[in-house]
Design a binder for this molecule. Sequence first.
Ligand code: PMP
Length: 285
Amino acid sequence: MSLQIYLSGKLVPQEQAVVSVFDHGLLYGDGVFEGIRVYGSKVFLEQEHIDRLYESALSIRLEIPLTPDQMIKAVRDTVAANNITNGYVRLVVTRGAGTLGIDPQRTSNPQVIVIADSISLYPQELYDNGLKLITASTIRNHSAALSPRIKSLNYLNNILAKIEGTDAGTVEALMLNHKGEVAECTGDNIFIVKNGVLKTPPPEAGILEGLTRNAVIGLARSAGIEVQEVPLVRHDIFTADECFLTGTAAEVIAAVSLDGRTIGTGKPGPVTDDLLERFRNLTTA
Ligand code: PMP
């Protein structure tokens, strides 16, 4: 079935949703994006995603040709036009078409693209038993080079780490920062539970500040669980009681081994299960 895609001002059938080969989003990864869930026909964490998109754009000095309210309307219209009840929205803003040089001043017409589609999730088996991780040798981008807080179209850093995971037979891979501290996984944030305390790296560790991460921190605190945003190293993961990942697509999923070493009992733990349930309640609220 053909999807209706929002492309710079109107909804068009996917076959007609094309951008220029001179678009700097394609030529240089010059652009920003968001991945958003739709639950029960509602756009989940809508304002938070829009805020992060505009902050990413501001950081790379990309002026989005829509106001945030117009962007929200474009997202909602695209979801409605495709009858998406539970699905996924990819929101992309490119720098627009330019010359073959990198100069963003010589581009025009930033393209706003909204795709609303179904979502492919991790298999249930991974939620039941937890997933395995390896540590990628590719470190996370140094934040003074390209801040991981920017959700940019330039994902090669994560893709290279993802390939390492795939080669090792894992669906996710742990990325360290330039100091050797735990940063995040290729498309998910990471948490551990140690003696009842929830710990996760702070934004300064060089991570994308995930909205699922932030929601889980809020849920944990309201449930009376202590949460610390502190630097972590691999030792903390090897010796953790529980470990889990968070992300828009994954929601909350246990990680039960790292580099072949079992974490905790080797099964999803009670705090992870509890937070997944609380998170799912939030998505259906
Ligand atoms: N880190 C990276 C590198 C990501 O790409 C993502 C999103 N896929 C996340 C973390 C999780 O962020 P969110 O919870 O906002 O999806």
